[in-house]
Design a protein around this ligand. Structure first.
Ligand code: SAH
Length: 450
């Protein structure tokens, strides 16, 4: 097999990144945008030892699950790399990811629920972070073509709240009008690197964050005046990111006008969210995810609860009224400030959050003899560490509710808990990210030893 060769392939599977999978002369070939059941003629792009990457030249036999989306760019850019499959099949794809991981781990007795569909299949995101670059002599917003930094100009971001798209385009036009240069990542020059726009569905507040190479630029006062007139915008923040890096946000924020936080609401609890804090992006699906997690916890009024990887305290503060106390751990200082402030504005005086790494704080708590009843964990993609798992178990919880955005590390961690006297019998996938391959899942571990 060699580069640029054109071959006919039968697609038999979808990889976890949503690439079509085919087998050809002992090689596994990953074909972008191809679907199981399809026959395609494909061009080989890259050859490795046992596998290769290819792209579709022509679809010879099309899958009945293929949907013809208006803008092929959404799939091309990886903004919505599952968008070419109908929604029911997307849900099935996500469930299968979990089933396959359990099979590999020989956990055959675990039931996997049907993926909980998102109330909105498009336009569900309450936040967009889009790169700003110069394309053809003009400042553009858009998304990078997959595996590259070529900007594909876009004005409709498909998975984002249309109100956010409207603001993104309006801000782009302001930047063009005042000739603010786009960021040039090759020379680390120019000015605006990203536009980050967030909107609260509950209050309608909109925060615009200009991610800039400098703390200030000559056109800023005029740009700010113009952004103030865009309907719905309640704050403007300049995020200072001077480094040559792919990390989107820098560490310092300057409030240019409006409120320093945006206010949102989950159930009957209000949340103020700072620019550096994590907040779940699918506003309508988040309460459904939490409901599922909280049901599994079967909380009682005497429970001592830990909310680990807490963000701004959304899970802990949702349950605080129904339990004895909540202790939260989160590594981002601003998020912890938000969490404690959110406890206060909601009159939840039994909840306290601390800044630190969960894998360091939990062992300290365990060493001090802390006892817990229920621990919620909601870690980033890399999952938990053995230190955290050990310490969590030492505090003796009846239940550990695990919310995960990466089922691979979740299954790994669940097996660790099993070795320490905890067991689980069901995982429920929840679709937080329609049109993308991301899988969210929830499970509860219960103590098997007395
Ligand atoms: N439970 C929250 C946040 C989940 S996202 C919610 O539902 O909104 C995961 C959070 O873990 C992020 O806020 C991130 O800043 C935090 N985090 C990442 N690594 C961490 C670590 N080692 N210790 C504690 N928190 C961490």
């Amino acid at each position: 097999m060699e580069k640029n060769q054109i071959i006919e392939l039968e697609i038999t599977d979808l990889s976890y990144e949503a690439m079509g999978v085919a087998h050809y002369e002992g090689m596994t070939v990953f074909v972008t945008n191809a679907l199981p059941g399809e026959t395609v003629s494909a061009k080989i792009l890259k050859v490795k030892k046992n596998f290769a990457f290819a792209k579709i030249e022509q679809i010879i036999k099309e899958s009945p699950d293929r949907v013809n989306i208006k803008l092929n760019q959404w799939v091309q850019t990886g903004l919505a790399s599952l968008a070419h499959i109908n929604y029911d099949k997307q849900l099935e794809f996500k469930r299968n990811q979990v089933v396959n991981l359990l099979q590999k781990a020989h956990l055959d007795n675990v039931e996997v629920g049907q993926t909980l569909p998102s109330p909105e299949e498009t336009g569900y995101r309450n936040k967009a972070q889009v790169p700003v670059r110069e394309v053809g002599g003009q400042l553009e917003i858009g998304f990078f073509r997959r595996h590259s930094h070529d900007l594909v100009p876009l004005t409709n971001f498909f998975t984002t709240d249309p109100e956010i798209d409207r603001v993104l385009v309006a801000v782009r036009d302001v930047l063009r009008q005042y000739r603010v240069p786009a960021y040039d990542e090759i020379h680390n020059e120019g000015e605006v690197r990203y536009l980050d726009v967030r909107r609260s569905k509950a209050t309608g507040e909109i925060m615009v964050i200009l991610v800039c190479l400098h703390k200030d630029f000559p056109q800023l006062p005029k740009v700010a005046e113009a952004i103030k007139t865009i309907e719905g915008v309640t704050s403007l923040v300049l995020n200072y990111n001077p480094k040559k890096t792919n990390v989107i946000l820098g560490k310092v924020d300057y409030l240019i006008f409006g409120k320093p936080q945006i206010t949102d609401q989950i159930g009957d609890v209000k949340f103020r969210i700072s620019p550096e804090s994590f907040f779940q992006i699918n506003s309508l699906q988040t309460p459904r995810l939490y409901d599922l997690a909280i049901k599994k916890a079967e909380l009682t009024p005497d429970d001592v609860v830990v909310d680990a990887y807490s963000g701004i305290g959304t899970i802990g503060l949702t349950v605080a009224k129904h339990v004895k106390s909540v202790r939260g751990i989160e590594s981002v200082r601003d998020a912890v400030k938000d969490a404690n402030n959110n406890a206060e504005i909601n009159d939840l005086h039994n909840a306290k959050y601390v800044t630190g790494k969960a894998e360091e704080v939990m062992p300290k708590w365990a060493a001090k003899g802390m006892k817990t009843d229920v621990i919620f964990v909601d870690p980033p993609r890399k999952g938990l560490t053995p230190e955290f798992i050990d310490a969590a178990v030492k505090t003796g919880p009846k239940k550990i509710v695990y919310i995960s955005c990466n089922p691979a590390t979740m299954v790994r961690d669940l097996q660790e808990f099993q070795k320490l006297g905890y067991d689980f019998n069901r995982i429920d996938p929840v679709d937080m990210f329609p049109q993308t391959p991301h899988v969210e899942a929830v499970t509860v571990l219960e103590r098997t030893k007395k």
